[in-house]
Each structure stands twice: as C-alpha cells, then as structure tokens.
Write a protein that binds this ligand. Sequence first.
Ligand code: ADP
Ligand code: MG
Length: 302
Amino acid sequence: MDEFQIIDTIKNRIKTPSDLVAGIGDDCAVIPPQGASLVTTDMLMDGVHFNCGQDPWELIGRKVLAVNISDIAAMGGYPTYAFLSLALPKGIEESHLTSFMDGFLALAKEFQIVLAGGDTNVWQKDFAVSVCLHGRPFGKNICYRSGAKVGDFIFVTGPLGGSLESKRHLHFTPRVREARYLAERHRVNSMIDISDGLVSDLGHICAQSGVGYELQLDTLPINTNLSMLRPEERIQKALTDGEDFELCFTTDPDSAKALIEDNARGFPVWLVGEIKSSQFYLGHFEGNRMDLTGYFGFKHSI
Ligand code: ADP
Ligand code: MG
C-alpha cells in the first residue's frame, strides 16, 4: 500500500461528526471554537515505549492514544480530536497496521475521540508514532502543576509501581472519569499524571509551585504484582517506576476532607502525603525520616 491508500483506509474507518468542521482530507482539520482548548502530544518509539516484536499491535495502538488521554485528564479535561503521525518501517505487514488501528480506534470510540488528521510516512527504520490530542476542560478550573499550596493534601488515583513488568502500561485506563469527578465536585489546586514515577512527577508539581512534600510511605498504595518484594524495594519502585498513568493531585484540607468522605461512597483515591515548604522532600517509613531529594524516576537523557 502507498501512503494515500493507507490514509484512505484509515479515513474510511472514521465517522466525522457534524461539529468538526473539517477532519481527514484537507491540509488542516478545522475545529470550531468553544472556550479553552487543551492540546498535548506524545511520541512513542519501538524499543522504548513498546516492543513491536513482543507486544500485541492492538495494545500498541491503544497505548499511543492512552498516554495522550492521560495528559488531557491531568489538566482536568476530556479528549476530543486526535491527530496520528506514523513513521512506518518499510515492509510492515498490513495486518499489523490494521491491528494497530483497531486498538487505537477502539480506545478512541470508548472516549468519544474523533481522529481528525495525521501524517503517514514510510522509512527504513523502526516504527515510531506521534499522537497530538485536543481536549477541553470539564469545568472552569484547569488543573495546572503550579497551583499546589503549603498544607495541601496529596492524593493519587490508584496503586503505583511495576507497570512495565505487569504490562499495565499497555492496558491502563486513562483517568478521565476521575478528572471529571474532581473537576465537578472538588477543588483541585494542582494535578499531574504519573508517567515518570511519583517522586519525579510530584517533584514537577513542587518545583512549579515553589513547595516541597512529605509522603507517608507506610500506607503508600502499591501494585500487588510487587508484593513479593521486600517492603523497601516495593516502596522504592512505587516511588520511581514510570508509566503508572495514575493522577497525582493536591487539594486544600477542607476539600481533602470532602474527598475522603466521598471515598467511602466508592470513589477511590489514596491520601499519600502533604505539601510542605520548599526545603522538604521527605518520606516517613517505619518511624524513620527519609530524604527523597535526589530520588528520580525515569528520564530520557542524550
Ligand atoms: P499534506 O501533504 O497536505 O500534509 P497529507 O497527504 O499528509 O496532507 O494528508 C492528507 C490528509 O490525511 C490530511 O487531512 C491528514 O491530516 C490526513 N492523514 C494523513 N495521515 C493520517 C493518519 N495516519 N491518520 C489520520 N489522518 C491522516
Ligand atoms: Mg498540504
């Protein structure tokens, strides 16, 4: 298949809704104005974010969209239009591309996302893919990283660590439902999605808000696939493993109280610590204080 046949095959699978002025087929998509837009992009590459030789193609297609949805959720929003740019290895089997699109489009359908454009290239190198995702905030308040205040309580939306070993990084559900609930019922001061490990991502909130943190590590929610490890190792992984894609957010103590009460009604969030002034990056574990300054999650380095 050539580039244009591939684009046609993709286009034929899309139903463009009437509220999108122009989707696939012109030089640009045309998105109608409607308040604030959230726009994110994430690039994923064979051998780094997935492994074409091992991972099912449907799940690769699912993941490339899911990680972008997670970023939209982290701002307190929901996704609307996606743009998919493909660098296809020459000779890729058509059935693999079809499976990739199956996974991508199934998740798009689940979140009512419309594929509104993209780019298709073929080269002699490995598969790489970039998604640009457009979204809108659920409420009036967009949740920035920079809004954390001293005294805020710190929450996460699920257990952490071991995502790569358990393959959860290919299956996870982006936390849009949680983002909606938080945006509509509670006041979030700051939020981020945990893609590079809790300490790293909470560190971004702290750096941008000019604050620090204290974490209660004895009660940190940790994924059960790590339960065979010693407690110290388990905590270390929960703090630094990448690709959890849970939300980490902070609220003032009054909102935190309301949130914890809601918790009992079936909306699970875990209280993991408190925002402190900027000189504190601390963890408490079995009565000991641990300095978490210099703890890092995943970082790409050149
Ligand atoms: P141009 O040369 O003007 O950039 P293209 O030929 O690359 O246009 O693309 C034609 C149309 O097909 C555009 O609307 C573009 O957004 C869309 N498109 C190309 N590749 C993809 C893809 N992988 N997924 C969705 N839409 C795509
Ligand atoms: Mg053009």
